[in-house]
Design a protein around this ligand. Structure first.
Ligand SMILES: Nc1nc2c(ncn2[C@@H]2O[C@H](COP(=O)(O)OP(=O)(O)OP(=O)(O)O)[C@@H](O)[C@H]2O)c(=O)[nH]1
Ligand SMILES: [Mg+2]
Length: 454
C-alpha cells in the first residue's frame, strides 16, 4: 500500500523539459528532459537508428536519430540516456543534443512539451536533484552561483563547495553538536571542553571566510570619484588596460557613468567611472552630478582621486565632504553603513608631475594612507590593487570550506553569537537546561544551512 502510494505520487509529477544551453546561434543546442517517464516522452518524437523504442535504451548510452513530428523531420539529434540510478536529478534523464539556433531549439522544446513534458527553467533540474537528496541546499546554491561567476577563482571556489567542502564541515559540526548534546542528556564522559572549543573555532573560521566568499558571488561596486580632470577616466583605462573611457584635457568630459567588470587577484569588482563632482555650472552638469550621486549610493567602495600636481582646493574639499556624507548612517540612529577602513581608497594621481598637493588634508579626513600613482604612465597600480583586495584572503587552498552568500552568512552570525553567549553553559556541566537550549539552537542553524529551511 505504502509502495503503491509512493509510485502514484511519482507518476503524478510531470517530467520537465529544460533548455540548458542559451537560445542563440551556436554549433549545438541542448534540451534535457527529466522525469520518471522521460524516455517515453522523448521516445514519442525520436526516430532512432538501431533502436525502435527509447524506453528500452540502456543507461549512459548515446543514440543517433531524428526528432520528428507527424512524419516531418525537425532536426538530426544525438540523445544521451541516463537512467535514474546514474542521473544528477534522481529521475530518468534524456539529453537531446540538436543543432544550435533559436528556431531549432525552440521547435524541439515545444515538441517535448506536446509529448508530455512541462517546460521549466534549467535550475528546476537542480531543484529536482535537491528534492531527491542527490545534493544538499549548500551544494544547490553553489551550482546555481557557478553560472554567474565572473572570475576563474570564483568558479574554483564554487565548484569546491558544490563538491561538498562547506557541507562536509557542516556535517562535522552537527556531529560535534550531537556529541555535546549527548553528554548533557546522558551525563556521559566526553571531552566536552575540547568539543566546545572545536565548535567555536569551526563557526568563527567559517564566518571569517564570508567576506571573501560573498565578494566572489556578489561583485563589489567600486566607484571612482573626484573633481573634474583629476584623471578618473585615465585611471580606469589604466586598470582595464585599454582605452575604453573617454579621456580629455577639458574638465567635465565624463557626463554619464560607465561601468566594467574587472578581476583583481580573482576578486570581481564592478568598476564605475563617474562625472567629476563640483558645483554645477549648467543643467547638463547638474544632471551628471546627480548620476554620480546615484552611483555613489550603490557603491561598496570608493576610489577617491586627487590631482597631486595641483594645490588642494574648494572642489577637493567638496569631494571630502561628499565622502564623509557617504560614510554616515542612512537614518539617524542607524549603525554607519560602511567601515571607512576598507571603503575609501585615496589616490594621488599625476605623480609624474611635481608634487604640489598637501596630502595631509586628504589623509587626515580619510584616515587612510594614499596610493601615489600616475594613471597616464600606468605607474603605481600594484599598490592600488593590493589595497582593493587586502581584506580578502585570496590565497585559496583547494576544498577549503567557504561561506558564499548572505543566507549562510546570517545563519553563521547567529551561530557565532549563540556559541559566544552559551560557551560557559556548555562547559559548566551542571547547567543542563541552558546548555541544551544552546545545543538545540546550534543544531537548528546547522541543519537549516544544509537543508535550506529558516
Ligand atoms: N601628467 C599626467 N596627466 C594625467 C594623468 N592622468 C590623467 N592625466 C590627464 O588629465 C586630463 C584629464 O583626464 P581624465 O581621465 O579625462 O580626467 P577625469 O577625471 O575623468 O575628468 P572628467 O571626466 O572631466 O571629470 C587628461 O588630459 C589626461 O591625459 C597622470 O597620471 N599624469
Ligand atoms: Mg572622466
Amino acid at each position: 500500500m505504502i509502495d503503491g502510494q509512493k509510485t502514484d505520487t511519482r507518476k503524478d509529477r510531470k517530467a520537465i523539459a529544460s533548455l540548458v544551453t542559451p537560445l542563440g546561434e551556436g554549433g549545438i543546442g541542448k534540451i534535457l528532459v527529466s522525469g520518471w517517464n522521460a524516455l517515453g516522452i522523448v521516445g514519442k518524437v525520436f526516430q532512432g537508428k538501431g533502436i525502435a523504442d527509447l524506453t528500452e535504451a540502456a543507461s549512459q548510452r548515446l543514440y543517433y536519430g531524428h526528432i520528428e513530428e507527424r512524419g516531418q523531420k525537425i532536426d538530426e539529434v544525438i540523445v544521451h540516456v541516463i537512467k535514474q540510478e546514474d542521473s544528477f536529478t534522481g529521475e530518468d534523464v534524456v539529453e537531446v543534443n540538436c543543432h544550435g539556433g533559436i528556431r531549432v531549439l525552440m521547435r524541439i522544446y515545444e515538441c517535448m512539451q506536446s509529448a508530455g513534458a512541462e517546460g521549466a527553467p534549467w535550475n528546476s533540474l537542480v531543484s529536482q536533484s535537491f528534492e531527491h537528496a542527490r545534493i544538499d541546499f549548500v551544494q544547490r546554491e553553489a551550482l546555481q552561483e557557478i553560472v554567474h561567476a565572473r572570475t576563474r577563482l570564483g568558479v574554483k571556489v564554487l565548484l569546491d563547495q558544490y563538491a561538498g567542502a562547506l557541507s562536509g564541515v557542516l556535517k562535522q559540526g552537527l556531529e560535534i553538536i550531537e556529541e555535546i548534546g549527548h553528554f548533557f542528556r546522558e551525563g556521559e564522559i566526553c571531552h566536552n571542553d575540547t568539543c566546545v572549543s572545536f565548535l567555536t573555532k569551526l563557526v568563527r573560521g567559517l564566518l571569517e571566510t564570508a567576506s571573501f566568499g560573498m565578494a566572489l558571488t556578489m561583485p563589489q561596486v567600486l566607484v571612482i570619484l573626484g573633481k573634474p580632470n583629476v584623471g578618473k577616466s585615465t585611471l580606469i583605462n589604466a586598470i582595464l588596460g585599454e582605452e575604453r573611457m573617454l579621456v580629455h584635457h577639458e574638465p567635465g568630459t565624463t557626463r554619464d557613468y560607465v561601468s566594467e567588470f574587472i578581476s583583481v587577484d580573482g576578486i570581481p569588482f564592478e568598476l564605475v567611472d563617474t562625472a567629476g563632482i563640483r558645483e554645477a555650472g549648467d543643467e547638463l552638469e547638474a544632471l551628471s552630478i546627480d548620476i554620480t550621486q546615484e552611483q555613489l549610493r550603490r557603491a561598496d567602495k570608493v576610489i577617491a582621486v586627487f590631482d597631486n600636481s595641483r594645490p588642494f582646493d574648494k572642489e577637493d574639499d567638496e569631494i571630502l565632504r561628499t565622502l564623509h556624507a557617504w560614510l554616515l548612517p542612512e537614518a539617524p540612529g542607524d549603525a554607519p553603513q560602511r567601515e571607512s577602513v576598507h571603503a575609501i581608497i585615496p589616490v594621488m594621481n599625476k605623480c609624474d608631475l611635481p608634487a604640489i598637493l598637501d596630502k595631509s588634508r586628504v589623509e587626515s579626513m580619510i584616515q587612510q594612507p594614499a596610493s601615489f600613482l600616475s594613471a597616464l604612465n600606468k605607474d603605481g597600480l600594484g599598490d592600488l590593487n593590493k589595497k582593493l583586495v587586502q581584506e580578502f584572503a585570496t590565497v585559496y587552498k583547494p576544498m577549503r570550506p567557504v561561506v558564499f552568500n548572505k543566507r549562510q552568512y546570517q545563519l553563521f552570525t547567529k551561530a557565532d553569537s549563540l556559541v559566544k553567549k552559551g560557551k560557559e553553559h556548555l562547559i559548566i556541566k551542571h547547567k543542563t537546561d541552558e546548555a541544551l537550549y544552546v545545543i538545540d539552537g546550534l543544531k537548528k542553524i546547522f541543519t537549516a544551512c544544509l537543508r535550506g529551511q529558516e
